[in-house]
Design a protein around this ligand. Structure first.
Ligand code: LIP
Length: 276
């Protein structure tokens, strides 16, 4: 199995760099932008082309593998996670940033086997930031080992948040309530417009926590392993075990900080789940 995982890792690294060139070269180009579920939930031809490149190449080399992709899901194809090796892909995470030429967007790729993450890759090609992780082997940025900050105190924490890609009334109410509650208690609120990059900042130790209600498995899959391998925690925002299909995530540099955030925030349970 170790040799197989080595092979998977080398393959996906090469494909990620190929895909990253498309994103980097097109960041400031004019784009064909379509709206998905909301007027701020966007997709471009590059999102689709990157996902197709990754899935077609992986499927050709590993025909028994399964795939969960943001744009495949958007086309209506049912997405399910089984024990089989499953690649969970967000081809351009932070599409709104990509549309604006704002260089904070990334390719997120997680490989799950037996429902557990084995490989997590987050690549921002515009800034040449390649975050990599393998189960039990640590977390890296451009080949250099990284670790979470270890911050335990809420009043010293920089917290990553996102307002999301929907203007859903309940989601906006909860987002504002949590913003109003937390801002007076913490060092600062920051938003990059990409769940993947938010999670990468926690793994890098330059942010101390991230939480969000609403994204999908493809937003969370890679960052979950990256943060855990960097020494952090990734759990459900109510304190229970993390469920990659739940559309809910709380990542933190320590369990103490996660517990402090849980005490303060209002919960939201986005529907439908990714497996509904
Ligand atoms: C985005 C996430 C972001 C979230 C948005 C959206 P996309 O991913 O990275 O954290 O707030 O709702 O899901 O749509 O740009 O791939």
């Amino acid at each position: 199995m170790a040799d197989e995982l080595d092979n998977y890792y080398e393959t996906i690294l090469e494909l990620t760099k190929q895909a990253g060139k498309l994103v980097r070269d097109r960041l400031t180009n004019k784009k064909n932008v379509e709206e998905k579920d909301a007027d701020i939930d966007l997709v471009t031809e590059t999102d689709k082309e990157v996902e197709e490149l990754l899935i077609k190449s992986l499927a050709k080399k590993y025909p028994s593998h399964k795939f969960i992709g943001e744009e495949t899901a958007a086309s209506g194809k049912k997405q399910e996670l089984t024990a089989d090796p499953t690649w969970i892909i967000d081809p351009v995470d932070g599409t709104m940033n990509f549309v604006h030429g704002f260089p904070h967007c990334c390719i997120c790729i997680g490989l799950y086997i037996n429902f557990e993450p084995e490989i997590g890759i987050i690549y921002n090609p515009s800034l040449e930031q390649l975050f990599t992780s393998r189960k039990g082997k640590g977390a890296y940025l451009n080949g250099k080992r990284i670790s979470v900050s270890g911050q335990t105190e809420l009043n010293k924490a920089l917290i990553m948040v996102e307002s999301g890609t929907s203007r859903d009334e309940e989601k906006m109410r909860v987002f504002k309530a949590n913003q109003d509650k937390l801002i007076p208690l913490i060092h600062g609120y920051r938003t990059l417009g990409s769940a993947g990059l938010d999670m990468a900042m926690v793994a890098l130790g330059c942010a101390d926590a991230y939480f969000e209600f609403g994204p999908h498995a493809w937003d969370f899959a890679a960052g979950t392993l990256l943060i855990r391998e960097a020494g952090g925690v990734v759990i459900d925002p109510s304190g229970g075990p993390f469920d990659v299909l739940s559309r809910r995530c709380l990542a933190a540099s320590s369990q103490e900080l996660a517990d402090a955030i849980i005490k303060e925030i209002v919960q939201l349970y986005p529907k439908p789940r990714d497996d509904e």
